[in-house]
Design a protein around this ligand. Sequence first.
Ligand code: CS2
Ligand code: MG
Length: 411
Amino acid sequence: MSAKIIKAEVFVTSPSRNFVTLRLTTDDGVIGIGDATLNGRELAVATYLQEHVAQLMVGRDSRNIEDTWQFLYRAAYWRRGPVTMAAIAAVDMALWDIKGKMAGMPVYQLLGGASRTGCRAYGHASGTDTESLFDSIRYEMELGYKSIRVQTSVPGIEKLYGVAAQSQSSGERYDFEPANRGDWPVEEDWDTRAYLRHIPTVFESVRNEFGPELPLLHDGHHRMTPREAAQLGKSLEPYDLYWLEDCTPAENQENLRYVRSQTTTPLAIGEVFNSVFDIKDLIQEQLIDYVRCASTHFGGISPLKKVMNFAEMYGIKSGFHGPTDVSPVGFAAQLHLGLSIHNYGLQEYMPHSDLTKQVFHESLSFEDGYLHPGDAPGLGVEFDPEAAEKFPYAQAYLPYNRLADGTVHNW
Ligand code: CS2
Ligand code: MG
């Protein structure tokens, strides 16, 4: 068994939404797959893989995961960035998948074995008013979720992130997928003062209705300054949030020092990060409580495991990003990691659509609020290229924001 890679193929498919998948084949006929999906910029990663990485994979020993990762990261000279790191992630995942299949073990076994029986997941509730929000929370609880993210409309803001309503051009109702098919991003509006006034009243009514036990989360989606974020964190303290996510834009790690000094509301950050250098100060200075990075956008399982081992020293836990733009492959990758690390926190979970499942056959289970990646060797996801071909790429963009005076704001 030489385990040499003989083929590297890149697939772009759009079963409900776009996905970029890398498939590596070894001379022993073992197949490994990896996720390189970057929402709204898919073709950049597909090209990076196709034109610059695929030929470098052929002839390599698939067993040397760390060496291959370091080779792709260091030999490119140009380091980091979402496109590069999503491409490296796909290779890393595919190699873990191959190693698991060669060993006859699920990837979590290779990462140290299970540290728990299942990974607790959170569901997504949203509403345009109190009644529809409560219905949505009850629905999520019926599905089994034991932790719930709460997003609502805000009086004075017309179109808002995270609120179910948009039906996509795919024809399927995709409540939480913000990317719209078409050749131009949808414009949304934003008003920070209106938002800061309204959100605490929402959490007050949710706590009054559902009691103190239910863990509640909220996503600020990068829109506040540190002072505004501190104000929101403080005003939400009485409602005991499980976490407040992306309260400020994530580029400037220093911003979190001020927020942290002003509020005890737990903070989660990292979904747009792509390397340890984006998050190391937040961890070392204990400015956050949860790491939101996704294996797909962070260079794969290998670097995410290193970051979580680093975070463990500071009592910081995982809260990996799990929207539908992380493909079933990327999702499985981080689920194996989550099951194995000691400092697991909570996993975001948005089940993929039926069309997506026709292309990616998952072996994960979701029962009574807990996820498990299954015990199939490797990542446990099979990719069907013939089914994928039926769903050609369709351009889609994430929305963007403008303030009342027309200024572009963070989305
Ligand atoms: C998000 C995402 O899941 C989340 O918390 O913030 O919905 C995010 O907007 C998308 O992944 C962007 O592609
Ligand atoms: Mg988010």
